[in-house]
Design a protein around this ligand. Structure first.
Ligand code: PRT
Length: 107
């Protein structure tokens, strides 16, 4: 899972650095930040709708769409994927500590 997401981020970064004809990713970069933000919002809404419809296949499909568009946003904003993986790892550490100390669970 992590590796697939990292590979996807690298392909998106490569499209930004070396635009490719017919690339949907380059279409988004050409349109700019507002278009990318609109897509992130649309895809997030589609995730919510799929979940409410109890359609697992649709939920998987829309989640993949959302993850892709969020990665496009991060590349556009110049945020490396390591910033996300490190933040998740840091939280994993925090959650372990919280589990060991239930008295701070609600913090
Ligand atoms: N993971 C994705 C991916 N997920 C979703 N999409 C595109 O996101 C769009 C979402 O569909 P919509 O109907 O919401 O949007 P649309 O009507 O096509 O476009 P808009 O006019 O709304 O922008 C579709 O065109 C999908 O093809 C993706 N496009 C590309 N990738 C990956 O990105 C990498 C680079 O792809 P290219 O940029 O196409 O070379 C490759 O690894 C691809 O697999």
């Amino acid at each position: 899972m992590t590796q697939a997401l990292i590979e996807l981020y690298k392909v998106i970064q490569d499209r930004k650095d070396s635009p490719k004809e017919g690339s949907y990713t380059n279409y988004l970069f050409t349109k700019g930040l507002d278009k990318i933000l609109k897509k992130v919002g649309e895809e997030a809404t589609e995730v919510v709708i799929a979940a409410k419809n109890e359609d697992s296949a649709e939920l998987v499909y829309e989640t993949a769409d959302l993850l892709y568009h969020v990665w496009v946003l991060l590349v556009e904003k110049g945020i490396p994927y390591e910033a996300i993986t490190e933040e998740l790892a840091r939280r994993e550490g925090l959650i372990s500590k919280t589990t060991e100390r239930p008295e701070i669970k609600n913090l």
